[in-house]
Design a protein around this ligand. Structure first.
Ligand code: HGY
Ligand code: MN
Ligand code: MN
Length: 439
């Protein structure tokens, strides 16, 4: 896992003051919720997420930002240059997967904050203020591990999910989103942005993130210009059988929920193999009840994930899966209930945003290339309401959602430079001509 040599002309040495301001803050951030193997345990609205939010809020206040939290726990650092002017929003998410990687999301939040702070200092030193105001954001529960679905905070923010329904969603132990956010003291009583009279308005959104794939590393490129997101279908199934004695019950008499669930897991991989590399499938979470070594399971709750860049292919894979589920019901003598589904369509990012970021990369002498994102991000939601720019930095070996997740300091710092200049141009209206994506 050797970090990639950085090909960008821009990156000569790492230890400039500019880089230190990011790297020193990053060194403080990455130890919050750190695991011994170099990962992080900071699931949404846990005590560790609360500690991280306190550290980040202080970081913002120390630099003159005001901090506000909205009704679903999205946390904002606000910099107002002009009363009533729209805001350019920049950020990502600080929550992590269980024993996740320390770069996923957190890098984009700190990179966004450092970029915003550089613009603030430049405005103070030069006396030239941007046309728009700036807000830095930590989206609540992007990861969707403790509370499902993922992209939760930005979904409520963009109107893709209902606030009350979301606040009532409970985790595995029955703790609701509302209770968990209240417990860490991170829930607001009003919107920070909105359409109402006198509310703060948005002009555009920018996010930088680790690639979580191998394209940039393979082509030895420093910056990914994300032009499209894969579509995702996420299914929550209950496989219903009947309890029995694992020893005494005749095989023919069994209604084995775990056999039914296992047949569905194998079917997912068969379908992925059948459809080729344009389709990714998995089952990442399974709860077996009663989970006793001497009881034939009566129920299995499982979460399935199908992703593709091709909507038609995804529909065909969905049909193939439903056929295999029906076969599993017969073979295992079980019933499969579809509890809930969460989908997002494959969509383009605004081409004006891609072109802006490409121009900035060229101007800074940084190598860049078009990439698609297979993972969901808060920009997946944000691009539906405002022009959005999504940038990637390389992931070593493409590893993510694992403690071995890694991006080299040079690439982190190049990304901050790219984001800073892109943000500066967005603050002066570079994306005014772009319209939000139609859903
Ligand atoms: O679902 C996703 O793709 C995101 O990583 N939470
Ligand atoms: Mn992420
Ligand atoms: Mn993630």
């Amino acid at each position: 896992m050797t970090p990639r040599a950085n090909t960008s002309k821009l990156r000569i040495t790492l230890n400039t003051t500019r880089d230190r301001e990011f790297l020193d803050s990053w060194a403080e951030l990455e130890v919050i919720g750190a695991t011994p193997a170099g990962g992080v345990e900071r699931q949404a609205a846990t005590a560790e997420d609360g500690q991280m939010r306190e550290w980040f809020s202080q970081w913002l206040r120390d630099r003159g930002f005001t901090v506000e939290v909205d009704r679903v726990g999205n946390l904002f650092g606000l910099l107002e240059f002009h009363d009533g002017a729209p805001y350019v929003l920049v950020g990502s998410h600080l929550d992590s997967q269980p024993r996740g990687g320390r770069f996923d999301g957190a890098y984009g939040v700190l990179a966004g904050a450092v970029a915003a702070d550089r613009v603030r200092r430049h405005a103070a030193e030069s006396g030239v203020t941007p046309r728009y105001n700036i807000a830095v954001v930590d989206w609540f529960n992007e990861e969707g591990s403790r509370f499902k679905p993922s992209l939760m905070g930005s979904a409520v923010f963009t109107g893709a999910a209902d606030l009350e329904d979301t606040l009532n969603i409970a985790d595995h132990d029955g703790v609701t989103v509302r209770e968990a956010l209240t417990a860490i003291g991170s829930i607001g009583d009003r919107d920070v942005f909105g359409a109402g009279e006198g509310s703060r308005r948005l002009a555009a959104y920018a996010e930088i993130h680790i690639e979580q794939g191998r394209e940039l590393e393979k082509d030895n490129v420093s910056i990914g210009l994300v032009d499209r997101t894969w579509a995702a279908n996420k299914y929550e199934l209950n496989v219903i059988g009947a309890q029995g004695h694992t020893g005494a019950t005749a095989i023919d008499d069994r209604q084995d929920a775990l056999l039914g669930a296992s047949l569905i897991v194998v079917a997912l991989r068969d379908i992925a193999d059948e459809f080729g590399d344009e389709l990714h499938t998995s089952c990442g979470q399974m709860t077996v009840l009663p989970n006793s070594p001497v009881v034939v399971p009566r129920e299995v709750h499982m979460h399935l994930d199908l992703r593709s860049d091709n909507d038609e292919l995804l529909a065909a894979a969905d049909a193939a899966l439903r056929k295999r589920i029906a076969e599993a019901e017969i073979r295992a003598k079980v019933k499969v209930e579809h509890r809930k589904a969460h989908v997002w369509p494959g969509h383009h990012y605004q081409p004006q945003g891609v072109e802006l970021a490409r121009t900035v990369a060229d101007d800074l002498g940084v190598s860049s290339m078009l990439v698609q994102t297979r993972a969901g991000h808060d920009s997946t939601n944000m691009k539906e309401i405002v022009p959005s720019v999504m940038l990637f930095v390389p992931s070593v070996d493409g590893i993510s959602h694992a403690e071995a997740e890694y991006t080299a300091d040079e690439d982190l710092c190049t990304g901050v430079d790219l984001l800073t200049e892109t943000l500066a141009r967005m603050l002066d209206g570079a994306l005014d001509s772009a319209a939000a994506e139609r859903a």
